[in-house]
Design a binder for this molecule. Structure first.
Ligand code: 13P
Length: 274
C-alpha cells in the first residue's frame, strides 16, 4: 500500500529501528524491493534520483512504482531523492510520488530554508511528506557535519517530516573507513525530540556504526550504490554464464531480480533489528 514517511518513521524511531530506502532505476530493482518487503513483512521506501525527472524516465518509472506499491500488502513510500529545485518537487508529486526530499544542503542557509519550506508546503497540500537536509553528506565533494544548533534551527524554520543529517557517512563507495560520529547523532536526536533522522550514504557503512546510529535516532537509511552494484554484478555473472548465447530478456533478468531481492531483504531485516 502506498504511504508516506509520516505513517512509518515516527513509529520506527520510537521502536529504535530504521526503514531501508533503496534507490531504484528500473522495473527489476523495484520488483526486487517489493518482493523483499513482502517476504520480510516490513515497510520499505523506494527512491528515484532527481536527475530522472530531467527526462521522461522519472514519470514513466513512477507509474510502475505506483502499481507495485498499490499491490504490495506492506507500506511503501515512493520518494523523490535529492530534489534540487521547486519544479522537481511539483513534477514528482504530479507523477504520484508520496514523498519528496528537497536537498538544499549545499546552498546558503536562508535559501535552503526557503526551498525546503516550499517543498514541505507543496507536499503537505497533496498529502505527501517531505525530507530536508542540514549539514552536507558528501557526493564526491566536501562533507560538512551537522551541528546541533543548525539542526534545531533548521527544523524549527522548516518543520520537515524527516531530517537528513551528516554524521560521517558519504555517498558512494568509501575510499577509507568512515569515522562515524555517533555522539553527534545522539545529541541532535535529543535536541529534536522525536523527529525522524535520516542517514544518507548508507552503502558500506560498518554494521556496528549502523546499529549505534539506529539506537540514537536514525530511522531511515538510504542505500543506492551497493544495491545498484548488486544489480550490475549479478547481470555480469549471468551474462558470463550465457557466454554469448541468447535468452529473452525477461527470463535473463529473473535470477538478477532474485539476487537484488535477497540483498534488499538482508538490509530490511538488519535495519529493523530482526
Ligand atoms: P549510497 O549510494 O552511499 O548508498 O547513498 C545513497 C543515498 O544516500 C541516496 O540518497
Amino acid at each position: 500500500m502506498l504511504t508516506t514517511l509520516n505513517e512509518i518513521l515516527p513509529q520506527a524511531r520510537k521502536e529504535k529501528r530504521a526503514v531501508a530506502a533503496f534507490n531504484v532505476a528500473n522495473y527489476e530493482c523495484a520488483l526486487a524491493v517489493i518482493r523483499a518487503a513482502e517476504g520480510e513483512r516490513l515497510p520499505v521506501i523506494m527512491q528515484l534520483f532527481q536527475r530522472m525527472f530531467r527526462s521522461e524516465k522519472g514519470g514513466d518509472l513512477a507509474g510502475t512504482l505506483l502499481r507495485l506499491a498499490h499491490r504490495c500488502s506492506m507500506p511503501v513510500v515512493l520518494q523523490l531523492d535529492h530534489g534540487a529545485e521547486a519544479w522537481q518537487i511539483r513534477e514528482a508529486l504530479a507523477a504520484g510520488m508520496s514523498s519528496v526530499m528537497l536537498d538544499g544542503s549545499m546552498k546558503p542557509y536562508e535559501e535552503n530554508v526557503s526551498l525546503t519550506s516550499y517543498a514541505v508546503r507543496t507536499a503537505h497540500m497533496v498529502g505527501a511528506s517531505c525530507e530536508g537536509e542540514i549539514g552536507h553528506v558528501a557526493m564526491g565533494d566536501d562533507n560538512a557535519l551537522t551541528s546541533v544548533e543548525d539542526a534545531v534551527r533548521f527544523y524549527s524554520d522548516t518543520k520537515v517530516d524527516a531530517l537528513a543529517i551528516s554524521v560521517g557517512t558519504v555517498h558512494g563507495f568509501y575510499k577509507a573507513a568512515p569515522k562515524i560520529d555517533v555522539a553527534r547523532c545522539r545529541a541532535i536526536a535529543e535536541a529534536l525530540g522525536g523527529v525522524p533522522l535520516v542517514l544518507h550514504g548508507g552503502s558500506g557503512t560498518p554494521p556496528a556504526d549502523i546499529v549505534a546510529l539506529i539506537e540514537n535516532g536514525i530511522s531511515k537509511i538510504n542505500i543506492a550504490t551497493e544495491f545498484m552494484d548488486t544489480f550490475l554484478k549479478s547481470t555480469q555473472r549471468n551474462l558470463e554464464a550465457l557466454s554469448g548465447g541468447f535468452k529473452a530478456v525477461d527470463l535473463f533478468n529473473d535470477p538478477v531480480v532474485d539476487d537484488c531481492a535477497a540483498y534488499a531483504a538482508k538490509l530490511l531485516r538488519f535495519f529493523a533489528r530482526k
